[in-house]
Design a binder for this molecule. Sequence first.
Ligand SMILES: *[C@@H]1O[C@H](CO)[C@@H](O)[C@H](O)[C@H]1NC(C)=O
Ligand SMILES: *[C@@H]1O[C@H](CO)[C@@H](O)[C@H](O)[C@H]1NC(C)=O
Ligand SMILES: *[C@@H]1O[C@H](CO)[C@@H](O)[C@H](O)[C@H]1NC(C)=O
Ligand SMILES: *[C@@H]1O[C@H](CO)[C@@H](O)[C@H](O)[C@H]1NC(C)=O
Length: 253
Amino acid sequence: MASHTVHLSLFTVLHHSVIFLLLIQIPPCSSSNDSYSNCANPINCGKIRNMSFPFWGGNRPKECGHPLMQLICKNDTSYITIKDVLYQVLEANPDSHTLKITRQDYWIDLCQPTHVSTTLDSQLYVYESLYKNLTLSYDCALFPTYIPCNGVLGGTSVYTQFGSLSPESCKTSVVVPVPLSFMEINSFIQVYHAIKEGFVVRWIIGVEECDKCEKSGGVCGFDSSSQQTCYCREGPCPNFSPDTQASSDQMFM
Ligand SMILES: *[C@@H]1O[C@H](CO)[C@@H](O)[C@H](O)[C@H]1NC(C)=O
Ligand SMILES: *[C@@H]1O[C@H](CO)[C@@H](O)[C@H](O)[C@H]1NC(C)=O
Ligand SMILES: *[C@@H]1O[C@H](CO)[C@@H](O)[C@H](O)[C@H]1NC(C)=O
Ligand SMILES: *[C@@H]1O[C@H](CO)[C@@H](O)[C@H](O)[C@H]1NC(C)=O
């Protein structure tokens, strides 16, 4: 009888210690578990499907992508900001790492209060398609061939030409890339279509490292100091060392 009681309480003590150990084990691991599972979520927004690293936004927390690569989803339309310019994402291809983007600001009105030329952040993107520059020039003294900014005659107007130079007589200008196929830019509607068509960029940031990470069973992300990292099931694996636990577990999920 006595030995039975001792046996029971020993069991209880062991049982409690196991629970205690589990309790103190879980908190430090739960955050990396979160990144591991959160960053496996793709972004789906309208016809933009299955977007993951290096993008974040929506159900992908910031640690899942490059700090400057947030995809914003509104009304089933995706947007991204590159160097202070807001673009609408028309198409995205995660396999070829490309985005087709168009300037949101000049979609409706060619004259905007701020004049910011399109430039890519060269650490993050390159032009994928051939393009030509279109320059929109404002407040020109000399040029007679103006285009009405919003398509309506009588309002403010803009002078357009191919290339990235602006006539000297103009006070400000903006350079935007347009597809090579656009030859005529003599009317509002031609300029509108050229800009609306957009252009293709390819993202280049962290692609190779991410392949290594994914091959080792991890999920790619950026840590709080904006360094690329790899989240494994057991926590961060910044050296992208093979996470055999995760890759073998995945086969049974
Ligand atoms: C989504 O992308 C992942 C890789 O990032 C790929 O393994 C998966 O097959 C893709 N799913 C679809 C439906 O394309
Ligand atoms: C949302 O998108 C639909 C279809 O593209 C469009 O008809 C509607 O006006 C949009 N709503 C807003 C608030 O932008
Ligand atoms: C477009 O203009 C930018 C400067 O605004 C220049 O760096 C770039 O080389 C030009 N691209 C082409 C294709 O002319
Ligand atoms: C979370 O991490 C712990 C400790 O590394 C691990 O035992 C557990 O299986 C993980 N949970 C999930 C859901 O991956």
